[in-house]
Design a binder for this molecule. Structure first.
Ligand SMILES: *Cc1c(COP(=O)(O)O)cnc(C)c1O
Length: 368
């Protein structure tokens, strides 16, 4: 059986090897006689799954030892509240607006921070780029600076994280990396906290990954729920409450899969990054050279993961989607706020899938 190519923005495709491994272990994990879903989170079997997942993510992404890796629940949207509950100290929060997701973060933070200062926004130009950090109006004494490092809906990605210290701010940088986590390396020297839901690049919905520098723990507001207090979560090895055990297991298989990947002399996340660059170039180059399709994003800020594109003749949208589906190319409809199409080409999408999409787009363009 060959599976169709799934371009969903999330929940999204999972590497086929990971799905097969999980299927093989579904009824009996490693001779335990239990499915992972049936295990106590405090038993030795699950503890070993958790420890491997943590260690593999740390090794894959080179997470320094002064950062904690937390496995939480609530998704990216809950983190929009959990981050200010833990980090704002009720002071001013700085935010950069580059699309729908950072906009949502900003609205939620206003409930907990004394003020939210929008240091830069690309809204006036339709969220088609990233405002130059040199022009950001960072506030003095902000508790943190928030960016969405990959805007899943607008298809805008930071190709480099801002160096806040060089910009004159000593606030920690918070990144929402939900939709490009583990697709490229992270320069942890520039980051205080990173969070991401698992359902784009790591596994099933229900798991939220938080990577937080230790000195940021222990400052939660008194109203912060205990299960969302990063220090309590860290002190309890993510087991203050029952963690999303199935999500941690699948993410762990995905981390191990990522560590095994090679591309020429590269391995792990460097190999995946090289592949992601090749996949994105293939698609953007085709779009830019075509008469029918367009992508409005500033070339320097185009996302390698989420590629929105429009048909110049919008009356053909439905025909495009129906034809794609008939060829086994699924979930290409764009987000309603942007329209058109969106191809999400996360780690699990092989280059053959992107080639199949480009081949289809070319055939469809010729039919006009
Ligand atoms: C998907 C996504 C979220 C929201 O995740 P939920 O799990 O639905 O809360 C947040 N931020 C970004 C960048 C996303 O892509």
């Amino acid at each position: 059986m060959t599976r169709p190519y799934n371009f969903s923005a999330g929940p999204a495709a999972i590497p086929e090897d990971v799905l097969r491994e999980a299927a093989a272990e579904m009824l009996d994990w490693h001779g335990s006689g239990m499915s992972v879903m049936e295990m106590s989170h405090r038993g030795k079997e699950f503890i070993s799954i958790y420890e491997h997942a943590e260690a593999d993510f740390r090794a894959l992404m080179g997470v320094p030892s002064n950062f904690k890796i937390l496995f939480m629940q609530g998704g990216g949207l809950a983190e929009n509240a959990i981050v200010p509950l833990n980090l704002s100290r009720a002071a001013t929060v700085d935010m950069v607006l580059t699309g729908s997701w950072s906009q949502k973060s900003q609205k939620e933070a206003r409930k907990y921070a004394s003020a939210v200062n929008v240091v830069a926004s690309s809204e006036a130009d339709g969220f088609h780029g990233i405002p130059d950090p040199a022009g950001w109006k960072l506030s003095r004494g902000a508790s943190y600076v928030h960016i969405c490092s990959n805007e899943t809906i607008h298809g805008v990605e930071f190709q480099q994280l801002p160096d806040l210290a060089a910009l004159g701010s000593d606030a920690p940088l918070v990144i929402d990396f939900s939709s490009h986590v583990a697709s490229r390396p992270v320069d942890w020297s520039k980051v205080g906290l990173a969070f991401g839901g698992a359902q784009k690049n790591l596994g099933p919905a229900g798991l939220t990954l938080v990577v937080v520098r230790e000195d940021l723990l222990g400052h939660a507001l008194p109203i912060c729920p205990s299960a969302f207090d990063y220090k309590i979560v860290a002190d309890n090895e993510s087991m203050f409450n029952t963690p999303p055990t199935w999500g941690i297991y699948i993410a762990g298989l995905t981390f191990a899969w990522l560590r095994r990947q090679t591309e020429g002399s590269l391995s792990g996340v460097a190999a995946i990054e090289a592949r992601n660059i090749a996949k994105a170039s293939l698609l953007y180059d085709y779009i830019d050279g075509s008469q029918l399709y367009t992508n409005p994003v500033d070339k320097a800020a185009r996302s390698r993961m989420n590629v929105p594109f429009m048909l110049r003749d919008e009356s053909r949208n439905e025909a495009f989607l129906a034809g794609a589906k008939a060829r086994g190319l699924l979930q290409l409809k764009g987000h309603k706020s942007v329209g058109g199409m969106r191809a999400s080409i996360y780690n699990a999408m092989p280059i053959e899938g992107v080639q199949a999409l480009v081949d289809y787009m070319r055939d469809f363009e010729k039919q006009a």
